[in-house]
Design a protein around this ligand. Structure first.
Ligand SMILES: Cc1cc2nc3c(=O)[nH]c(=O)nc-3n(C[C@H](O)[C@H](O)[C@H](O)COP(=O)(O)O)c2cc1C
Length: 187
């Protein structure tokens, strides 16, 4: 049985102000059908991981992120590719979240997408991110894949997505992720 509504959390792998990936995330929020809410989780406050950070207690922001992930029906990563891989800020966030006994990613439905100014649209980074999800026992949706290449040509001067094909794919992705998340109980 399909649920009536879905709550996703979304993380951009870029923390710069003018980020195209954050723009894609905000576009998802804007175009999502009424029964899907998407909450952006900010990762710029996450400290560099080391064990001393949480030997006694996890930083409050990290616990907040873990709680949000745990509650969500699915997690969406919208990330750039840096040097053919996952940007350090995003990998660092996943690393620290993964050390919490809350195990927020365990059995969690995950959707991965990304935008780059290059032609391959973050394909290589996405497969690295999928690999990391294996260790967390998170379930990354396989299809549809969204790799937005030449993203700088796909938004207009008002930061509106101007590419109909990409918009259609984003909507298909949200619909597929809602259905996919049904396989994993939100805990
Ligand atoms: C350190 C660094 C490495 C990059 N490496 C890649 C890469 O491997 N593949 C790619 O397609 N783009 C690469 N780029 C270009 C990014 O696609 C581009 O900067 C993009 O706009 C970043 O996403 P953002 O706009 O969300 O910040 C790189 C950019 C930086 C700053």
């Amino acid at each position: 049985m399909m649920k009536k509504s879905y709550h996703f959390v979304a993380i951009s792998g870029s923390i710069r102000k003018g980020s195209y990936n954050t723009l894609v995330l905000k576009t998802l929020q804007k175009i999502a059908p009424k029964h899907i809410t998407i909450e952006q989780l900010s990762i710029k406050e996450v400290p560099f991981y080391n064990f001393d950070l949480h030997e006694k207690k996890f930083p409050a922001h990290v616990e907040k992120l873990n709680d949000a992930v745990k509650k969500a029906d699915a997690v969406i990563f919208v990330s750039p590719e840096y040097n053919y891989s996952v940007p350090g800020v995003l990998k660092n966030t996943i690393d620290i979240l993964s050390r919490s006994p809350k195990k927020s990613f365990d059995m969690k439905a995950v959707g991965i997408m990304g935008a780059s100014t290059g032609v391959l649209g973050t394909a290589r980074a996405q497969y690295h991110l999928r690999q990391t999800m294996v260790f967390l026992n998170a379930y990354a949706m396989t299809q549809p894949e969204i790799m937005i290449g030449k993203v700088n040509e796909k938004f207009d001067a008002n930061n509106q997505l101007a590419d109909a094909e990409t918009k259609k794919k984003l909507l298909e992705f949200l619909d597929a992720l809602a259905k996919f998340s049904e396989r994993f109980k939100a805990r």
